[in-house]
Design a protein around this ligand. Structure first.
Ligand code: ATP
Ligand code: MG
Length: 314
């Protein structure tokens, strides 16, 4: 594993972006975004449709300018050092589009040349990425014939051609089957760990953020509404653990609500979901209240980011 880099991959302060509509009305897409991302981290941008994730990634990757705010990428000012930054970063977008009639290998060579590679260095780099992303058996397939998962993998391979220190991945697994998503996540983790690359990714899929990200920012309507590690996000919102008890017969639900450490409960016939401060310590007291009933199933579930997301979206 490559040693973690020091410093910041992204330092953004007061970033604002507005778009004018056809009728001249302007709307705020990003509203005063301030954000520091540690170099070496995998950082997740989460948020509902239209919350500004892609716009923010486009600004961070120097594709568009913000109207206000300051931005530094890998320690370089985004306005003054755009070309230098672009040499050290790369991006893979949600719906990758490459020249349709070129094969996987031809596409990678094409992009490699755009990045200034030629001769044996170009051939070696293309071969390395084909190997790293397990594209060998598809290298002579045309882009238009590739599955969505393979297009995404080609796009990741392309993003590695210039040996970036920082990559931006906009929805890297959206539209992929679960098993292909797992593979893509493993590849992201591998390039992050083996090459020591900083990653900023956007996703809708909470378990993905939880699995991959060191830190997460929740965006809502162009603002950051929470920013922390997945663990702290869950802890600070005091979401508690959920104990789901299925039972037959009578349970003393009124007494259950009085129990210390109970944050809430949802009851339906024969099943109750209890939200508690600390699951295992409360378990004994909870089970006693089912003395007259027959417990048929009991499950303890940690809160997941989905719960955080629902809470923040309120
Ligand atoms: N070029 C543009 N002109 C006008 N409005 C735009 C433009 N690009 C994005 N928007 C608007 O900005 C808002 C944020 O869009 P953005 O694509 O950044 O959101 P997102 O979080 O990536 O959404 P999704 O989850 O659907 O990908 C949306 O309301 C969108 O309609
Ligand atoms: Mg988007």
């Amino acid at each position: 594993m490559v040693a973690r880099m020091k410093g910041k991959s992204v330092q953004a302060s007061g970033i604002c972006k507005r778009y004018k509509s056809f009728f001249g009305r302007s709307s705020t897409i990003l509203d005063n975004i301030s954000l520091d991302i540690d170099a070496g981290d995998i950082f997740g941008l989460l948020g509902p449709n239209g919350s500004g994730k892609t716009t923010l990634i486009s600004i961070f990757s120097t594709l568009i300018y913000p109207e206000a705010g300051s931005l530094s990428i890998l320690g370089m000012d985004a306005r003054r050092n755009r070309n230098a930054i672009r040499k050290c970063i790369n991006i893979s977008t949600a719906k990758p589009n490459f020249p349709w009639s070129l094969t996987v290998k031809e596409n990678l060579r094409h992009y490699g040349m755009l990045y200034g590679l030629h001769g044996s260095a170009l051939s070696r780099t293309v071969r390395d990425q084909i190997d790293a992303f397990e594209l060998g058996e598809f290298q002579d397939h045309r882009f238009e014939d590739l599955s969505t998962g393979l297009k995404q993998r080609l796009s990741l391979a392309k993003a590695m051609l210039n040996h970036p220190s920082l990559i931006f991945l906009d929805e890297p697994t959206t539209g992929l089957d679960p098993d292909i998503s797992i593979k893509t996540r493993q590849l992201i983790r591998r390039i992050h760990e083996e090459e020591g690359i900083s990653v900023v990714l956007s996703t809708h899929y909470m378990p993905e953020a939880e699995m991959l990200c060191d830190k997460i920012a929740f965006l809502r309507q162009g603002r950051i509404v929470a920013l922390d590690t997945p663990h702290n996000l869950k802890r600070h919102l005091a979401l508690g653990e959920r104990i789901a008890v299925s039972y037959q017969g009578e349970a003393d639900l009124a007494a259950l609500e009085e129990q210390p450490g109970i944050l809430g409960l949802k009851a339906e016939k024969g099943r109750v979901e209890i939200i508690v401060d600390r699951g295992e310590e409360s378990l004994d007291g909870i089970i006693k209240l089912f003395a007259k009933a027959k417990i048929t199933d009991i499950a303890i579930k940690e809160p997941d980011l989905e719960d955080v997301f629902i809470e923040l979206a309120r």
